[in-house]
Ligand binder design. Structure first.
Ligand code: 3HC
Ligand code: NAI
Length: 697
């Protein structure tokens, strides 16, 4: 069946784009539109044509699933379809509802007239995919709406509601009632009143100060979009709409589009777009898996994490009880929450009255008897198995049947935690990241016995509390921390070999990381990693580990909170100041190890850190702990400050080429420092490299 069913209402033909979920303009749909157009033109009884969309969009634009396939540019490509519509001897009216984005809006701009429902989201969001509108959007939009507004929309990709365009040439009518009825009536009016076949391309951009404004825009965009080439290209293309005739402007747009489509930045943004959506798809947990209602919650522990987790529930309007062992801890925890809300109100992020509204949703308690009827309880007590055991045994006693019992543990075995209860099917890991009310990532740890409905409910809940839920299997550190562990080890080895903390941090920050490993450790608290390492030393006595981090901790240099760590800090300030004390300690430490320091290049630093992540990531994939490479990347983008324009460690490896990754790793093994065995490439990495494939296909 055609993806663009054709129907007739008297003398008006209706072409309905039907390619769920958002009528992406893939090849089949483009063919369907052309067929419908030809049918209408061949029928003498037809006077006008309405183009509309079925379901939840007019059109979300080019079908991004076709990107990087020959179908993207196969004829009829989007430009051809728009051309045919524009040249149609019978008027074509676009009837826009819900969403007209990217190519969808460009298609509408190729029509002779446009009408819209109120509330439709209108956007050219290509820049968010590292692209620019490639089917005339940069030339046509500035011809129908104020120039500055058009440039802003194209450079930011932000959506604007259809009614905001009242009085512009974008929409001739905003139709309150049934859109199709209104659009057909409008098409008849066009014929009756002989409104002709106006084409957007024939209009002129009317903006006398364009050059000055464009220069201002170039400066602003260059400063803001440092790692992304697309926004500046958007300005370049829009500039052509003022200074050149339409067809010449189209050539500039086409060139800019082609310049961008193969950039690593655009690949990274597209990867992130799809990766986020793929993360909630679990092969053995279909979309129609029943979920449990979550109308109330409880959190055990009101410390750093418990407070932030409670805020997430309150922010989503879910009442939450917070349980502590001592009144003092409860008061302190609730005090921090209130302060956070007050700060948000001061910064204008929430309304002043929301502070009390949200606090009213959070009920402190010291008694388990108060929380038994919660639909979900999240445990966030000390990271200590006996403490978790006591809490889960207690929860098993008091929680109503069907309640979800979640643990925020960052390293402990969720299956073991589940075994403390008589209902392991209800137990799941919900690993929030600090600060839990801010960070978008929620690593969802699926235990061996976790119920499918419990997993589906937790994934659904992650969306409700505005987190990106990514599923991990059970292993030490789950996906994110297990990988970061190897990254930190490499960073530590490089200190032994001759680098300083600031050199390592600077090298990886230049790539775009929010923070290098040592600044990050100082922020998180060096004692946290030390605590975990001490457990690892017992569990894996043969493991070779860099020990400089332990020496730092033995001196009580836990990082920012103690005023010193790998760096020193002035009271009340967060700036990491290189510390000669640390450099002296390093000199002595290397001498103890008998290592003659060598100069390590930034290139080596970056690749050792990145490939430490990649090799462990490959093992995690192979073991089935992560379902797909993009899940690993989404964890790194949303939980670890990994630069968006690089797209995550696994995409980085794919773009670098897995054959080259294996070669570099073999080279690192031959250096003869640290743990050479770590650089044995994971079997999956070897296999994919040999097949010329990437982790992402
Ligand atoms: N092509 C194909 N699939 C698309 C799509 C597109 N353009 N846009 C969204 N989808 C898919 C999503 O992958 C998702 O699929 P799934 O259900 O299988 O996971 C589904 O549509 C629903 O998407 P969301 O979960 O994002 O649903 P929302 O209702 O929250 O949002 C939306 C809908 C506003 C359309 C949002 O998806 C969006 O912003 N999409 C991107 C639109 C875009 O960037 N368009 C420009 C494309 S590039 C282009 O047009 C080039 C042209 O200039 C030549
Ligand atoms: P924290 O020390 O700040 O808070 C723990 C709180 O739990 C304290 O307020 C304590 O009074 C309370 N508590 C201890 N035993 C209790 C019990 N039996 N019943 C009720 N309350 C009890 O610790 P934090 O940092 O909030 O960590 C909590 C959990 O979250 C740990 O499992 C940790 O591994 C995990 N986590 C921590 C992250 C971080 O960056 N701090 C990040 C991700 C996970």
């Amino acid at each position: 069946m055609s993806q663009a069913p054709y129907s007739v209402q008297g003398d008006v033909a209706v072409i309905t784009m039907s390619n769920p979920p958002v009528n992406g303009l893939g090849l089949e749909l483009r063919r369907g539109i052309v067929e419908g157009l030809n049918q209408a033109l061949a029928d003498p009884a037809i006077q006008a044509i309405v183009l509309t969309g079925a379901g939840k969009a007019f059109s979300g634009g080019a079908d991004i699933r076709e990107f990087n396939t020959p179908k993207t540019f196969a004829e009829p490509n989007l430009g051809t379809v728009i051309d045919m519509i524009e040249r149609s001897p019978k008027p074509v009216v676009a009837a826009v509802h819900s969403v007209a984005m990217g190519g969808g809006l460009e298609l509408a701009l190729g029509c002779h007239f446009r009408v819209a429902s109120p509330g439709a989201q209108i956007a050219l969001p290509e820049v968010k995919l590292g692209l620019l509108p490639g089917a005339g959007g940069t030339q046509r939009l500035p011809r129908v709406i104020p120039f500055e507004m058009a440039l802003n929309m194209i450079v930011s990709g932000q959506a604007v509601m259809s009614e905001k365009f009242k009085g512009t040439r974008l929409f001739q009518e905003i139709i309150d009632g049934d859109l199709l009825t209104g659009a057909v009536a409008f098409a008849r009016k066009v014929v009756a009143e002989k409104l002709g076949l106006p084409r957007v391309r024939d209009l002129r951009v009317d903006y006398p100060n364009a050059q000055a404004y464009l220069q201002f825009a170039r400066n602003t965009v260059a400063a803001v979009a440092r790692n992304f080439p697309a926004p500046l290209k958007c300005v370049e293309a829009v500039a052509a709409s003022v200074s050149m005739p339409f067809d010449a402007g189209m050539k500039v747009e086409a060139k800019c589009f082609h310049d961008l489509i193969d950039t690593p930045e655009s690949k990274a943004l597209r990867h992130s777009f799809f990766g986020e959506r793929a993360a909630s798809k679990i092969p053995d947990v279909p979309d129609d898996t029943p979920t449990r209602p979550i109308r109330s919650a409880a959190v055990i522990g009101a410390g750093t994490m418990g407070g932030g987790i409670a805020m997430n529930f309150a922010n989503a309007g879910i009442p939450v009880k917070v349980l502590e062992v001592k009144q003092e801890a409860l008061d302190r925890g609730l005090g921090v929450i209130r302060k956070n809300y007050e700060n948000s109100a001061k910064r204008g992020r929430i309304k002043p009255e929301d502070v009390d509204k949200r606090m009213a949703l959070i009920t402190p308690t010291l008694s388990y008897s108060d929380i038994g009827d919660a639909d979900i309880v999240v445990e966030a007590v000390f990271e200590d198995m006996p403490v978790k055991e006591a809490v889960f045994k207690q929860l098993d006693e008091v929680m109503k049947p069907g309640a979800i019992l979640a643990s925020n543990t960052s390293t402990l075995d969720v299956d073991k935690i589940a075994s403390f209860t008589r209902r392991p099917q209800d137990v799941i890991g919900t690993h929030f990241f600090s600060p839990a009310n801010v960070m978008r990532l929620l690593e969802i740890v699926r235990g061996a016995k976790t119920g499918k409905d419990v997993l589906a409910t937790t994934l659904q809940l992650s969306k409700k509390i505005k987190k990106l839920g990514v599923v991990s299997g059970v292993c030490d550190g789950f996906i994110g921390n297990r990988m970061i562990n190897q990254y930190s080890r490499q960073a530590g080895f490089m200190l032994e070999e001759g680098a300083t903390p600031q050199q390592v941090d600077r090298a990886i920050e230049k790539l775009g990381f929010a923070m290098g490993p040592f600044r990050m450790a100082d922020l998180a608290g060096n004692d946290v990693g030390w605590f975990i390492r001490k457990r690892h030393y017992i569990e894996h006595p043969d493991m070779i580990s860099p020990k400089f981090g332990d020496k730092i901790c033995e001196l009580g240099r836990f990082g920012q909170k103690t005023g010193a760590g790998y760096y020193k800090y002035e009271a009340g300030k967060r700036d990491a100041i290189p510390d000669p004390v640390v450099e002296d300690m390093l000199v002595k430490y290397r001498a103890e190890l008998g290592i003659t320091p060598r100069k390590i290049s930034d290139d080596e630093i970056v690749h050792r850190l990145m490939f430490a992540l990649v090799n462990e990531g490959a093992k995690i994939l192979e073991e089935g702990i992560a379902l797909r490479a993009s899940d690993i990347d989404m964890i790194y983008l949303t939980g670890y400050g990994f630069p968006l324009h690089v797209g995550g460690p696994m995409l980085y490896a794919d773009i670098y080429g897995l054959y080259n990754v294996v070669n570099r790793m073999n080279g690192f093994a031959k250096l003869g420092y640290g743990d050479s065995a770590f650089w044995t490439p994971a079997p999956l990495l070897v296999k994919l490299a040999a097949e010329g494939k990437g982790f992402n296909g």
